[in-house]
Design a binder for this molecule. Sequence first.
Ligand SMILES: C[S@@+](CC[C@H](N)C(=O)[O-])C[C@H]1O[C@@H](n2cnc3c(N)ncnc32)[C@H](O)[C@@H]1O
Length: 531
Amino acid sequence: MAHALSLAVTVSVRTQEGSPFPSPSKSLKHAKRSLRQNKPVPTSRRGRDSAIHRPQKLNLEVSPHRAVSAVRLMRIELGGAFADLLNERGKGSGDNEMGYVERTLGFRTRDLDDRDLRLVTDVVGGTIRWRRFLDHLILSLCNDKNGFSRMEPLLLQILRIGFYEIIKLNMPAYAVVDENVRLAKVALRPGAGNMVNGILRKLVLLKDNNSLPIPKVEGDDRLQARALATLYSHPVWMVRRWTKYLGQEDTIRLMEWNNSEPSFSLRANSGRGVTRADLVKQLDLLEVPYELSLTMDDFVRIKTGLQVVIQAGMLKEGKCAVQDESAGMVVSVLDPQPGESIIDCCAAPGGKTLFMASQLCGQGVVSAIDINKGRLRILRETAKLHKVNDVIATIHADLRDFAESNPHKSDKVLLDTPCSGLGVLSKRADLRWNKTLEDLEELKTLQDELLDAASSLVKPGGVLVYCTCSIDPEENEDRVATFLLRHPEFRVDPVNKYVPESFITERGFYNSNPIKHYLDGAFAARLVRAL
Ligand SMILES: C[S@@+](CC[C@H](N)C(=O)[O-])C[C@H]1O[C@@H](n2cnc3c(N)ncnc32)[C@H](O)[C@@H]1O
């Protein structure tokens, strides 16, 4: 009966059940090349040709949010997309997403409605966050353990989605099994559907009997870290690092925060004359629930409804910006005043530049430097939308070269340095899988070089603010300490006047802590140059 709904037979290519699986490296390379060339991503062992030649048809059997989620997950894993729709500047519309489904799977589903879009966000974000835990379960339930490492990319994503929906979203099991089996059959082949059916049914049985293969936290430190990393789905190196700095209890709380649904804050754009009262009125009209920020006058927090805000055009019209209060408070630490010359050293895409510019009331200038031309273009465009472009000058340069050749000194300099982003893992679902311990070492060298460069742009008596969205002391306090040894002409100016007391560390730095403040992690040091 379900087949009567299908307007077309979507799988038109013969399957080769007997053929060996491609090696993962080969299929991954192939998929990455396809992405670069904007060609369909091979989804199965049949390879690219079959995907190209499959007719593009409408299929009403397959659930839209699952098809879109599976394709989006594949693109994220291959580096062709961000995990959150926001990072694509609101481009994550249903049309766009369905285009990818059509090019990748060779068929469309019915169009996504608002509920589907919300489901895509939930399923994609959750599946990425819980990847290590889900893969542990999938591997435990696979008959052929070697088969797991060679599993086709699309089949693995379909299984992860099914596992996530059953284990974490507690969706009705029969529907999840049915729908994911159908997706595997239509997008891959009947044999793949049978495999999904077998594994998901096993999972449902184990869940119902309360006998899921959950790792036990026991043994020495290494074993405990591995078990925690699987249970809370983080890389082992992060667990080991945080256990060292925070202890096991706070490490677990931090991982729980990282796995929770992120809430977002909106900043009313005073540059356009929008007040928080105006913003709140608009949110009431859109029926988006909010809480007023207790720390920042222009900010409100929303737990749900960001898509509604985006779709209502509030970001595009420059009425507000999505900005975490923790990032807003960094600007408070710098304390921009009308008439000042400010350099924003690593400015793009401009979250802090725009906020600083809106506080200049048309007098003064923010020179926004960034090495990335594309991100700087976004900054320029957003500055126009926010009507603060008259006090912003953009400079495309490597800060280190710029500082060497520029004799001009400024009142205030902000260095929002590239960092590990370990404070924003709840919002950036995929970030935890993209960072390594080696990255952290490289970053520390870059942070030192950028600090040296930024400091040379500060006039005598002027202010340098060094900030990160990391919670790692080696990127924060340690970088400031070594900087002060190299630059005795700077001293720490405690941030007491600029942010609420609970955000101030013993040494006078600003520190937003996810498990204490329920905001993103952030750090800032205010340093003053001697006269
Ligand atoms: C943390 S992001 C900045 C975020 C930005 N301040 C905001 O609030 O939206 C770091 C930025 O540093 C830039 N960057 C990295 N290396 C740089 C360099 N050597 N010179 C200038 N910019 C650099 C990156 O392109 C990136 O845009």
